[in-house]
Design a protein around this ligand. Structure first.
Ligand code: GLV
Length: 334
């Protein structure tokens, strides 16, 4: 057996980032970039001390129980609902994620998707490509204003605040938000944001953006009942996680004109997309790309590598990974 710890890079990652891992570890990669089945993931992790994962790899009690030598799972994502963190705690496994480095990029995308939704950019582009544009008319693809409108944000963490800043300071929007905890008064006033209850948020927002983490609590946080509270002219944008919105209920609400339009970057059961969403015109659909700029994806991969290297006790920050999710497991068992 090699003296160097083995690690699994579960999906295709930038070569130079893998080279950083090769300095310390025996690295197994996944050049085909096809997500492993559960059984294959368990098999590939045999003997490995660490893994670089994405949201596609579920790390749960079964995976951990079958790999008792595993010590660090490092997600290339800020969200980590693919990790059973309680099971990681039980098995003494450090879990890490990639916050901060993607905040502004993701907020840019959230704002862009909200604007595309409000101004019907995708729907009108499809119309033009279909060759249906034969005259200009006054109300053709007339949507809703973004400037000066009320921006509602559900989930006011780092990304929610970055979106609020764009809305308040760039577009003169009134910002209202709902979150598990209220921001301090200084942050609220810097963002020109007002804390409201969830029902008021749904009722008042012209453009509602979802930026909250997925958990059992946030499952279907926006379903038929919530959509029924929204203005018929409102838009809904989800850049958080699939499962926060009840996609079937949303497709029905869009088809019935209960709300004006939606912009979705994440889906229940992705990469599958509810077929009912594919057949309504007033929804902009993107394939989970909110953090996808080259610079940010590189920063995420490098931060995940930093976490794996330091978590496994190597490099200048040995034992002090920069962004642990469950630092209580440190120092790691041998
Ligand atoms: C992407 O969805 C992430 O959580 O980083």
């Amino acid at each position: 057996m090699s003296a160097r710890p083995g690690v699994l890079v579960a999906r295709a990652v930038f070569d130079d980032v893998v080279d950083r891992l090769r300095v310390h570890f025996d690295v197994e990669t996944n050049p085909s970039d096809t997500p492993f089945s559960k059984a294959e993931l368990i098999a590939r992790l045999q003997g490995k001390r660490g893994a670089l994962t994405t949201g596609s790899e579920r790390i749960d009690a079964e995976v951990l129980g079958a790999n008792p030598q595993l010590r660090v799972v490092s997600n290339i994502a800020v969200g980590y609902n693919n990790f059973d963190v309680a099971a990681c705690d039980t098995h003494g496994v450090l879990a890490t994620n990639t916050p901060d480095v993607l905040t502004e990029t993701t907020a840019d995308f959230g704002f862009a998707l909200m604007m595309a939704t409000a101004r019907r950019i995708a729907e009108s582009e499809h119309f033009l490509r279909r060759g249906e544009w034969n005259k200009w008319s006054l109300t053709m693809f007339a949507g809703a204003d973004v400037h000066g409108a009320t921006l509602g944000i559900l989930g006011m963490g780092r990304i929610g605040q970055a979106i609020a800043r764009r809305g308040a300071h760039g577009f003169g929007m009134k910002v209202i938000y709902h979150n598990r905890s209220r921001l301090d008064a200084t942050t609220e006033s810097a963002l020109n944001a007002r804390y409201v209850g969830k029902a008021e948020l749904l009722q008042q927002a012209d453009h509602l953006v979802l930026v909250l983490p997925y958990s059992a609590e946030s499952h279907h946080a926006v379903g038929a009942a919530e959509l029924a509270l929204m203005k018929p002219t409102a838009t809904l944008t989800n850049i958080a996680r699939g499962g926060i919105v009840d996609d079937a209920a949303l497709a029905q609400a869009l088809a019935a004109g209960r709300i004006a339009a939606a912009g979705l970057d994440v889906y229940e059961g992705e990469p599958a997309v509810n077929p009912a969403l594919l057949s309504v015109p007033n929804v902009v659909l993107t394939p989970h790309i909110a953090s996808a700029t080259i610079a940010t994806r590189r920063a995420m991969a490098n931060l995940a590598a930093d976490n794996l290297i330091a978590g496994l006790g190597f490099g200048p920050d040995a034992g002090r990974p920069p962004t642990p999710i469950n630092p209580g497991v440190l120092p790691l068992r041998p």
